[in-house]
Write a protein that binds this ligand. Structure first.
Ligand code: MSP
Length: 649
């Protein structure tokens, strides 16, 4: 019989910065679900990837002096990049898509054209507030005091040609979809979508841009690039082979069983995504699950607040499995969770070191001590065994119910009830007392066997959460492959009667809270301190370098530009006899009077540029770097003895 398929996805991540613990949470949760489904015998396709287009990436790349592709390559495939992080976290994705992959680009162009031919995408005009010097459209709400949020200058009403998707046409079927069954979960998110987005009226969606170029070109209208969310959402289909020759699994796996997404992107997945699929006449995903966020002190993690938690630091210190487990055991999947190092350490101590780790080490140590590592086959049951044996037999069914409802923390809670019950059973049966009496050996062996069975079943069910540690623990309790399967998780008695155990390394050592907190603080501080030194750029030829005319200039005068927070206007002696005017956005770092008379370096042969209506003929050179998330800038200031006009070579 053919296996049932299960197609599960994470969002595809923006490679604009290194990923943090919040991103890791989302991927680890999806991985645990995928592993669970494989364990149950499904033919699973687990997809993740990166969402590499858009203005933000284009701008960041420019700031780093790289092409957008070079920039994203560093974050995706570079050292400690996204691929490295998923490898470290033991993520078992079957496929990884990058939206810059050729097959995806071509497929999205075909998809866009199909919706256009159908009349669901049409050409219109995008109206907004335009800042001419910044070449940017803004909405009313983005303006700061009615001015451009980037440069503070006046904006004016403007419109530009753009393509629109007829989202309004699909308002009714999308509302019906949201209200029917279990398409969007948790259920609380349904009302949010209907009240905030559908009821106020769904407007058609602008799906092309002309103000930047880092996107998938609309192939029948040069100058337009496809809106990044249209490009990104279709990854779920193109990665299976929709409208491309790279893969051929679309029929096999589509529709997705579940798209796991963070709460802030539920709108895109539960409104825009089904509407576009309806337009494409494709089956709809069965479920979108909007999980909560990991927050710090109740607020968002952000680079500017300097509170971003680096998963590498935690995984290296505590182990990948402990980190995976903590994330999924502690925070209910559908709601926000407050992350803290204390919580991480105490969860490891309570659940992993005390409850699970202790049960493994005590049980294996006792089997070694009392039976030389191998149990005799005779058994003698007593009433006190009943409750534990019942829990062993019913654990899988309870777990399955919670896992299928994506209540990962509740599934783990149930497993830990069994583990705690087994620890209590040790106290109730007092094996050390039984061991003293030769006539109680059979009873003692029965107690040991029950403990090993409780462990075996718990470990099968824990495997999707902590794959490596469970493998090690299986070996310690003598459970070979034949008794680690899903089927055997519902049985009591799968371990051989004469099972042999091997007490191995401590799986989860107990942590000293104060010591660990101190160590973490240091490591995190170091991590944030690391100067963000950009990599060396690709080679340029000496001839190209020689084309840059860099010269020593003396500052004749310097003043702040009116109505600008950033700009300083310099008149410079560049040695030519004619003063040169250069504008520079460095007011944040220097007061004008500090710079008069100084000897600086400028590149002179850049095209002249208008800034706040004034000409700037060149650029002053400075040294920049980021420290603790803050930009530092130092103008190149030379010794006054260097004459104006000297050339740099
Ligand atoms: N590129 C889009 C997704 C496109 S899917 C077609 C995107 N990328 S993202 O990198 O910004 O975020 C990826 C996922 O990480 C989102 O689901 C987001 O909710 C999740 N998280 C980012 N920060 C998070 C936390 N602090 N906590 C939990 N999840 C968080 O959105």
């Amino acid at each position: 019989m053919e296996k049932k398929t299960f197609y599960i996805t994470t969002p595809i991540y923006y490679p604009s910065d290194k990923l943090h613990i919040g991103h890791t949470y989302c991927t680890v949760a999806t991985d645990a679900i995928a592993r669970y489904k494989r364990l149950c015998g499904y033919d699973v396709m687990f997809l993740t990837g990166t969402d590499e287009h858009g203005q933000k990436i284009e701008e960041k790349a420019k700031a780093a002096g790289l092409s957008p592709k070079e920039f994203v390559d560093r974050i995706v495939t570079g050292e400690n990049g996204i691929l490295d992080l998923w490898k470290l976290m033991n993520i078992s994705n079957d496929r990884f898509i990058r939206t810059t992959d050729d097959y995806h680009v071509q497929a999205v162009q075909r998809i866009f054209k199909k919706m256009y031919d159908k009349g669901d995408i049409y050409k219109g005009a995008y109206k907004g507030k335009y800042c001419t010097p910044c070449e940017s459209f803004w909405t009313e709400s983005q303006l700061v005091d009615g001015k451009c949020p980037d440069c503070g200058r006046e904006v004016h009403d403007a419109q530009e040609e753009a393509y629109f998707f007829r989202l309004s046409k699909y308002a009714k079927p999308v509302q019906e979809l949201l209200e029917s069954g279990t398409f969007l979960e948790p259920a609380s998110r349904v009302n949010e979508m209907i009240n905030n987005f559908i009821k106020p009226g769904l407007e058609d969606l602008c799906v092309s841009r002309t103000s930047f170029s880092w996107g998938i070109p609309v192939d029948f209208d040069p100058g337009h690039v496809v809106y990044v969310w249209v490009d990104a959402l279709f990854n779920y289909c193109t990665a299976l082979g929709l409208l491309n020759d790279k893969y051929d699994d679309f029929e096999h796996y589509w529709p997705a069983d579940v798209h796991v997404v963070g709460k802030e992107i539920v709108r895109f997945h539960s409104i825009i995504w089904p509407a576009m699929l309806m337009s494409m006449e494709l089956p709809l995903p069965k479920k979108v699950y909007g999980h909560g966020w990991l927050v710090i002190d109740g607020g968002k993690m952000s680079k500017s607040k300097g509170n971003v938690v680096n998963p590498y630091v935690l995984a290296e210190r505590f182990g990948v499995d402990a980190l995976r487990f903590f994330l999924l055991r502690t925070f209910p999947f559908g709601t926000d969770g407050n992350f803290s190092n204390e919580l991480l350490i105490s969860t490891i101590n309570t659940d992993l070191a005390n409850d699970l780790g202790n049960l493994v080490s005590r049980t294996t140590a006792m089997v070694e001590k009392y039976f030389g590592g191998k149990l005799p086959v005779e058994r003698q049951s007593e009433d006190v065994d009943g409750e534990l044996v019942e829990m062993i037999k019913s654990a899988r069914a309870k777990y399955e119910k919670q896992m299928d409802a994506l209540q990962l923390h509740l599934a783990l809670e149930d497993i830990f009830k069994l583990i705690q019950r087994a620890n209590k059973y040790i106290d109730e049966t007092a094996p050390w007392v039984l061991a003293k009496d030769e006539s109680k050996k059979t009873r003692l062996a029965t107690v040991m066997y029950n403990l090993l069975e409780a462990l075996r079943v718990s470990l099968i069910l824990l495997t999707p959460f902590m794959p490596e540690s469970c493998q090690k623990a299986f070996s310690q309790i003598g459970a070979d492959e034949s008794c680690r399967s899903w089927e055997k998780a519902a049985e009591y008695g799968a371990l051989p009667a004469d099972v042999s155990v091997t007490k191995g390394e401590t799986l989860f050592p107990r942590l000293d809270m104060a010591k660990e907190l101190e160590a973490l603080e240091k490591l995190e501080h170091q991590d944030r301190q690391e100067p963000k030194t950009p990599p060396v750029l690709p080679d340029v030829s000496i001839d190209d370098f020689a084309k840059c005319d860099m010269r020593v200039c003396k500052v004749i005068s310097c003043e702040a530009v009116k109505k600008s927070d950033k700009l300083l206007k310099f008149m410079l002696d560049d040695g030519s006899g004619t003063p040169r005017q250069i504008l520079s956005g460095i007011h944040k770092f220097y007061e004008p009077e500090q710079l008069v008379g100084k000897t600086l370096v400028a590149i002179l042969n850049l095209p002249s540029r208008k800034m706040m209506g004034q000409d700037s003929n060149g650029m002053l050179l400075s040294a920049v770097r980021e420290v603790d998330g803050k930009e530092e800038l130092h103008l190149l200031i030379l010794d006054d003895s260097v004459p104006a006009g000297s050339q740099l070579c």
